[in-house]
Write a protein that binds this ligand. Structure first.
Ligand SMILES: NC(=O)c1ccc[n+]([C@@H]2O[C@H](COP(=O)([O-])OP(=O)(O)OC[C@H]3O[C@@H](n4cnc5c(N)ncnc54)[C@H](O)[C@@H]3O)[C@@H](O)[C@H]2O)c1
Length: 337
């Protein structure tokens, strides 16, 4: 039984603690939050509550540290957890700079502990399924992709750290990174990036909003257009969608639809709906942590290792730079296309 200490009992801490309750081979033993009442709310019988995360790092019984802290605090805690010999699961984005992310990966490698990063979209059933479907060739060669993801500005944290982009990275780094990671997993390296963003705006009634559009050109020639929104009216349900257009057909997905994933062929004659996952299937956050814990138990590669999270962060930071400068940003390789 793998024993887990959870650091950060906010929105994601709540999701992760519920997930551990569904796993047979992991036991959440300690929850840390600066606000003990938040940790206490999540703690089941026998789960210890602490306010200093070092108590988790110093506990010899704990094998895995799960970091659900605001993004700007990831690095420090991951470095300390590695030094304490704990395997680490860290929420996404791994960090806010490549330098920090590399330090985190290096520290975990040197300490010989695993580092998994919460790029959870790979565990959303339709997003995962389409990867298998692409391998069947039914839509021919994928050429043009569209994704969208968004809702209202994240305003749940007491200190509004999401509203400080030096702490959250803003929507391109915090939100669209989910689609960057998924597309990199599907289609490989990105060659160049362009982006436009309205930037953080304050409405007359004091609400924040932001909205960004990113285009990616992949090494293999695929073009993707990604939309990320923190600009929907307060209370708007979070929504996601994608379209993958190939030479022979199209996969369409929208979270809003009852049968979210559809295939349309170029002739429009053939349509296939993919049955939604069984309600008994593990929800994505649980599936993600289950896969991570299994990798720890079996000493195999974790899903979304730190190195892959760095590549997604590189694309995100390039997109943010493109939005800030109005310039195309090239990611390695030749600037010839
Ligand atoms: N995978 C996803 O879909 C997803 C969704 C939302 C957020 N996230 C990521 O999860 C991370 C956490 O985001 P959140 O929305 O849960 O934040 P949050 O603000 O809701 O929760 C953070 C918690 O950390 C606590 N905290 C802050 N400093 C601390 C410290 N030094 N010691 C102990 N506790 C401390 C706060 O009191 C708070 O309860 C971020 O990196 C965010 O980008 C991922």
């Amino acid at each position: 039984m793998i024993k887990v200490g959870l650091i950060g009992a906010g929105t994601m801490g709540r999701v992760h603690s519920a997930a551990y309750g569904r796993l047979a081979n992991a036991q959440l033993t300690t929850i840390c939050d600066l606000r003990p009442e938040k940790a206490q709310k999540l703690a089941g019988p026998g789960v210890k509550v602490v306010t200093d995360y070092r108590e988790i790092l110093e506990d010899p019984e704990i094998d895995v540290v799960d970091v659900c802290l605001p993004t700007y605090l990831h690095k420090e805690v991951v470095l300390e957890a590695a030094a304490a010999g704990k395997h680490v699961f860290c929420e996404k984005p791994i960090a806010l700079s490549i330098e920090d992310a590399k330090d985190m990966v290096k520290a975990c490698e040197q300490a010989n502990v695993k580092l998994g990063v919460g790029q959870v979209v790979r565990f959303f059933p339709d997003y995962a399924k389409v990867r298998d479907l692409l391998a069947t060739g039914r839509i021919g060669d994928p050429k043009v992709i569209r994704t969208s993801r968004g809702g209202s500005f994240p305003r749940w944290s007491e200190d509004n750290w999401y509203g400080d982009y030096t702490k959250s990275g803003g929507p391109i780094v915090d939100l669209i990174i989910h689609d960057f990671d998924w597309l990199l997993w599907l289609f490989g390296p990105v060659k160049r990036v362009f982006a436009k963003s309205v930037g953080k705006q304050e409405t007359p009634d004091g609400e924040l909003l932001d909205h960004a559009l990113v285009t990616l050109r992949f090494e293999n020639g695929i073009i993707a257009h990604l939309e990320g929104s923190w600009a929907q009216p307060v209370g708007t349900p979070f929504s996601t969608s994608f379209e993958i257009a190939g030479t022979k057909g199209l996969y369409e997905y929208s979270k809003e639809q009852a049968t979210p994933l559809l295939l349309r062929t170029a002739q429009g004659e053939e349509m296939a709906q993919f049955v939604p996952e069984s309600p008994l299937a593990l929800e994505p956050y649980t599936a993600q942590l289950k896969a991570f814990i299994e990798a720890v138990v079996e000493d195999t590669e974790v899903p979304v290792p730190g190195q892959e999270a760095i590549v997604a962060l590189e694309v995100a930071l390039a997109a943010r730079r493109a939005a800030e400068t109005g310039e195309v940003v090239w990611l390695g390789g030749e600037q010839n296309d």
